[in-house]
Design a protein around this ligand. Structure first.
Ligand SMILES: Nc1ncnc2c1ncn2[C@@H]1O[C@H](COP(=O)(O)OP(=O)(O)OP(=O)(O)O)[C@@H](O)[C@H]1O
Ligand SMILES: [Zn+2]
Ligand SMILES: [Zn+2]
Length: 810
């Protein structure tokens, strides 16, 4: 008896596990294919992923697989292995993992459709209320099943109108499930049935198409062939005999800016220190085992050139390369470097691609046409084969950690894949994570260094301005005289400047001038931010907004005064101070549209602006040779995060932004404005002394027991009911202590909390947190798995959610 072990989409957590189904001989499913299976109450069809097919005894009351959805496996053997890895290490739902591995263009979903029951007694029809009758007539006028929402909309009825329930109850219509495949063809040739199709004699194959079209109304020819298993010729014959008509539907699509052939084909010449780093790394890359290296190079040292050479070498050995970059805003520059050198061998994957583009790229990777994949976090799952090199640029960036399920860290997945492929994993950064540097020093990683800039320039000279005493520029509340003087000189020399302000909006706080109350979001425990563009106060967590002239919520006084600064405010001050300077603002508000980054950075690099001001997206990775001044406003901002990585992040941010200037042939200078000039982190970042920062920080991590000396698991409970979140966190904590004592007594574990998250309330939900310091081994995972099982058996209120983050260190 053939059995298919499957995991099922939309299974509730308590039932989310592999199940065995009988696999009839008529269904040629393989591991990695999706199938339809009867599941749950009423045995409705659900989409499922086949993990494994084997011969075995059928379990009692086993059900059978109902249909095959993918004739070719969607997940390769490695894909299935990654699926298990994601599930077992991040404790996500099985289908969360499937979705992380499968490109959305290949996704499908089940939807509810309704079909009318035809040929009923006209008298019975006449007795229906008018709404129900209209709906019934609309259903009858269409072929096959109609999506519920669509039918209701066509009848002008709301979703809760009784008409639909009436039709269903009285047997005038049936509900049925439709599988909708969401493949997006570039230019889809669509097919639909023509009037009178039933009168033509037709073959069995043609009957299959008729049935499918009766069900879905229309479908692309590709989908028709795919689902029915017939060839295109069958459809063509039906067109000739007048049963179906074919028509073209254009899905809008952006021409990819990728150049076809490489435009930069000359040899990559390396400086002596780049050459030395390359020689070391290339030797590591030839090792028959998986290896990890850290390339630690100061800002502007040319790390990109070094790994471009490594990629070239990897390709010449017939192996593929995967390159991860932290943020989409950095993509245009990096991608153009790659396509210039490798042309269409490069595939690009990031989250702001359209479905079609992503699906195209995914197919080029799977088909082997693309041998280099460049992308953000999720690209680490790319179905690339025979990987020889994985590069993670700016490896310390938190964007490599996924904030929704599956909550994986790209670096962890990359490590596992490197082992599987016996590949070389190369981590690059000017400010590596403390963990990576620790491993590099301890010999677990290979370490290559680029101690000086490619241009031969020194690192920028840094001036720290104490905002408690320094004079402000005339008419400004945010810019010191010193910074303005530097800006003036830079503009006079026709050079460019970058200003970093780590907050968006105009003024951050909105305060009542009579009672002093700060205007807070009613759903979240954080203050609202004023945005001049639409004159509203907005919550950056949940999007809640109120008009700027709303009265004070506690005293109803209309007097609301704003304090603090944001990018818009600084932009206005700059316009007043430097009326001739061309200022480009880059923050989340100005770059919402898909191509805004490309346009903005492109214009800046062509010299169309003198000054770029923005949030952290202007701080990292960018390479503009004409930038000679960097200013940091409110440098202390991110120092006070409660997270243990707060210092690391601040150090990195400041070092990186300072590193944006003086990269060409002219020296750079940076001005850091702060209220806390004595602060150690700031002083170290100003000196750009990574080694000294590391020495301090690693001592603190060792004493406080933080990574790399342990792993950290974070369990967050949230609910609209405060008491519920608190109780769940407490119960979980006591269950944890019990289990740890009874079954895992030898494990090194430390439980902290429950404590309130910061902010405590987001989008109306209260959030409580437990921290567990632990060691990332099998027993620890089994302890957490046991706790999950316990949790789902507790029948906590459905509105309560548990989020689990595991912060492992490579
Ligand atoms: N071997 C080389 N040949 C020609 N140009 C080079 C070479 N190495 C570096 N450069 C140039 O030096 C500049 C800095 O290089 P790159 O952007 O790779 O630095 P980086 O180490 O990635 O810096 P950061 O960490 O600050 O992003 C770039 O303009 C790059 O083109
Ligand atoms: Zn007030
Ligand atoms: Zn809010």
């Amino acid at each position: 008896m053939k059995l298919a072990q499957v995991v099922v989409d939309k299974a509730s957590p308590a039932y989310d596990k592999p199940y065995d189904y009988l696999l009839p001989d008529s269904i040629p499913a393989r591991a990695g294919c999706r199938v339809l299976v009867p599941f749950g109450a009423g045995s409705r069809s659900r989409i499922a992923m086949v993990l494994e097919i084997r011969e075995g005894e059928a379990p009692a009351r086993a059900k059978a697989v109902a249909a095959l959805l993918d004739p070719e496996p969607l997940l390769s053997e490695e894909g299935l292995w990654l699926l298990r890895l994601l599930h077992d290490t991040t404790f996500c739902g099985w289908f969360d993992a499937v979705r992380a591995l499968v490109v959305p263009g290949a996704g499908m979903k089940l939807e509810l459709g309704i079909t009318p029951v035809r040929g009923l007694d006209p008298e019975a029809l006449a007795l229906l209320p008018p709404d129900a009758r209209r709906l019934y007539e609309i259903l009858c006028a269409r072929r096959g099943a109609v999506l519920e929402q669509r039918a209701l909309a066509a009848a002008g009825l709301s979703a809760d109108a009784p008409a639909l329930a009436e039709l269903l109850e009285r047997g005038f219509a049936k509900r049925e499930q439709l599988v909708r495949k969401r493949i997006v063809d570039e230019r889809a040739v669509m097919a639909r049935l023509l009037e009178g199709y039933g009168e033509h004699p037709h073959t069995e194959k043609q009957q299959k198409i008729v049935e499918l079209l009766e069900q879905v109304g229309c479908a692309s020819v590709r989908e028709l062939c795919y689902f029915t298993g017939v060839t295109r010729a069958v459809v063509d014959r039906m067109r000739k005999s007048g049963m179906v008509e074919l028509y073209e539907e254009l899905t809008p699509r952006r021409a990819s800016p990728r150049t076809a052939g490489p435009t930069d084909t000359g040899p990559i010449c390396l400086s002596p220190s780049q050459q030395a780093a390359f020689d070391l790394l290339s030797k590591v890359g030839r090792s028959p085992k998986a290896e990890v290296s850290l390339l630690h190079g100061v800002t502007g040292s040319g790390k990109t050139q070094v790994f471009l050479r490594l990629i070239e070498e990897t390709l010449s050995r017939g192996r593929a390369a995967l390159v991860l970059i932290p943020e989409i805003s950095l993509t245009p520059q990096t991608v153009s470097k790659f396509s210039a050198r490798f042309g269409s061998l490069v595939a690009v994957l990031h989250s702001s691609l359209s479905m079609t583009e992503r699906f195209d790229e995914w197919q080029r990777i799977r088909g082997g046409a693309a041998r280099i994949v460049v992308g953000t976090r999720s690209a680490v799952m790319a179905p690339l084969e025979n990987i020889g090199l994985i590069v993670i640029d700016e490896e310390q960036e938190h964007t490599y950690h996924s904030e929704s399920a599956p909550r994986y860290h790209a670096r962890d997945i990359a490590k596992h894949r490197a082992v599987r492929h016996r590949a070389h994993l190369l981590l690059c950064s000017a400010t590596p994570s403390i963990e990576s540097y620790y491993y590099a020093l301890s010999g677990k990683y290979h370490l290559a260094c680029l101690p000086e800039r490619y241009s031969g320039n020194l690192l920028p000279e840094v001036l720290t301005v104490d905002m408690k005493t320094a004079p402000l520029a005339a008419g400004s509340q945010t810019l010191s005289e010193e910074l303005c003087e530097q800006l003036r000189e830079t503009f006079e020399r026709r050079e460019q400047a970058i200003l970093l302000l780590n907050r968006r909006g105009y003024h951050t706080l909105v305060k009542c001038s009579s009672c002093g109350e700060v205007y807070r979001c009613p759903n979240c425990s954080i203050p609202l931010t004023y945005h001049a563009a639409n004159r509203r106060m907005i919550c950056h967590y949940c999007g809640h907004s109120v008009p700027a002239d709303a009265p004070c919520p506690s005293c109803k006084s209309a007097m609301l005064r704003q304090t603090g600064v944001g990018t818009q405010r600084v932009e206005e001050e700059l316009h007043a101070l430097f009326p001739d300077a061309r200022v480009l603002r880059m923050d989340m508000d100005t770059t919402m549209s898909r191509f805004a980054h490309e346009r903005g950075f492109g214009a800046f690099s062509r010299g169309e602006y003198d000054l770029m001001i923005g949030t952290q997206m202007v701080a990292k990775g960018l390479d503009f040779p004409n930038v000679t001044l960097v200013g940091v406003l409110a440098a202390d901002q991110s120092l006070y995060a409660e997270d243990f990585r707060g210092y690391e992040r601040t150090f990195s941010l400041i070092t990186q932004v300072v590193g944006r200037c003086g990269r060409g042939d002219k020296p750079g200078r940076a001005v850091i404005q702060t209220f806390d000039p004595e602060n150690r982190i700031l002083t170290l970042a100003a000196a750009q002394d990574y080694r000294a920062f590391y020495q301090e920080e690693i001592g603190y991590r060792r004493v406080g027991l933080y990574p790399p000396f342990c792993d950290i698991a974070c369990v967050v409970f949230s609910s609209v009911e405060e008491a519920e979140a608190v109780r769940a966190a407490r119960d979980y904590a006591s269950r944890f202590v019990e289990l740890a004592r009874e079954q895992y007594s030898g494990l090194p574990l430390r439980l902290l909390g429950p404590a309130e998250c910061s902010p405590y309330r987001v989008a109306g939900r209260y959030r409580c947190r437990l921290l567990v310091k632990c060691r990332g081994d099998r027993s620890t995972r089994s302890l957490f798995a046991g706790l999950f099982e316990w949790y789902y058996a507790q029948r906590f209120a459905a509105a309560l959610t548990l989020d689990f983050y595991y912060d492992s260190n490579v």
